[in-house]
Write a protein that binds this ligand. Structure first.
Ligand SMILES: C[S@@+](CC[C@H](N)C(=O)[O-])C[C@H]1O[C@@H](n2cnc3c(N)ncnc32)[C@H](O)[C@@H]1O
Length: 254
């Protein structure tokens, strides 16, 4: 399936299963899951967040500091929400690349960009966030939405992001987060059990969405994310809690 609209950088990198862990699903399992849920992914997202995920994504775009005319990357782009917003931000003189390893998600992203008015020229690439098909210091800014938590090797994902950003460039990484306050933790657990899973069940995807809770339990908190970002070489790293700490945005600058 050709998902490129013009000259490719590279495509079809296989998912990296380089550092498997007993506690983690394999990269192949993650990719298959996102391919399976692609047809209803956007609908379920809108239902589960009451549309708020779009607000949080716009915040991430602002934090990425992407500017008109720049070359930007949306990692783990899925059906393309953040890549589309980035393309609007950089305008016709800029260039946006959306990368994901789930081809079914990319097909939807490509369709959405084609239906957008004015048309958005985004390069959609099938590739592995743990082994990026870009030269070092390529991008002026980057985003990643709900991708970091799904990587089988988070430090390697941040290392690759660091490599492909230009010196001084910033990336904003939005994802779920475990809040510190016990009552918010209780609310999050209730929301996952009583809202997320039943909503997914109505779409016949119970098991597919039951993965969120364990993936969140494994996910490093904001403090730890900042620590890892510094370890892989980022000059600056700040984690901003969003929505009472239910979500967070890690902002890193090379
Ligand atoms: C929860 S979805 C987020 C999609 C989109 N960014 C959004 O915010 O709606 C996570 C995406 O990460 C992708 N993903 C996970 N691991 C990946 C990897 N190693 N390389 C490329 N994509 C990956 C999945 O295929 C999936 O589309």
């Amino acid at each position: 399936m050709v998902l490129r609209r013009s000259a490719p950088i590279t495509v079809n990198a296989p998912p990296s299963d380089a550092q498997p862990s007993d506690a983690l699903p394999s990269a192949t399992a993650v990719r298959d899951l996102f391919d399976r849920i692609a047809p209803v992914y956007d609908t379920i997202n809108a239902q589960l967040s009451g549309g708020l995920h779009r607000v949080w994504k716009r915040m991430a775009i602002t934090w990425s500091q992407a500017q008109p005319g720049q070359t930007c990357l949306d990692l783990c782009c899925g059906s393309g929400d953040l890549a589309l917003l980035l393309a609007e931000r950089v305008g016709p003189t800029g260039q946006v690349y959306g990368l994901d390893f789930a081809v079914a998600q990319l097909a939807i992203a490509q369709q959405r960009a084609a239906n957008h008015w004015p048309p958005l020229d985004i390069q959609w690439l099938e590739g592995d966030a743990l082994d990026l098909p870009f030269a070092a210091a390529t991008f002026d800014a980057a985003t990643m939405g709900y991708g970091l938590r799904n990587l089988t090797d988070i430090p390697q994902g941040l290392r690759e992001l660091h490599r492909v950003l230009k010196p001084g460039a910033t990336a904003a990484i939005l994802d779920f987060h475990q809040p510190q306050q016990p009552w918010m933790q209780g609310f999050q657990q209730w929301y996952l059990d009583q809202v997320v899973v039943p909503t997914a069940t109505r779409h016949g995807l119970t098991a597919e969405y039951a993965y969120i809770a364990p993936s969140l339990e494994r996910f490093p908190n904001g403090v730890k994310q900042v620590e890892i970002a510094h370890q892989v070489g980022f000059e600056q790293a700040i984690h901003y809690p969003v929505a009472g700490g239910l979500m967070g945005v890690l902002v890193v600058t090379r």
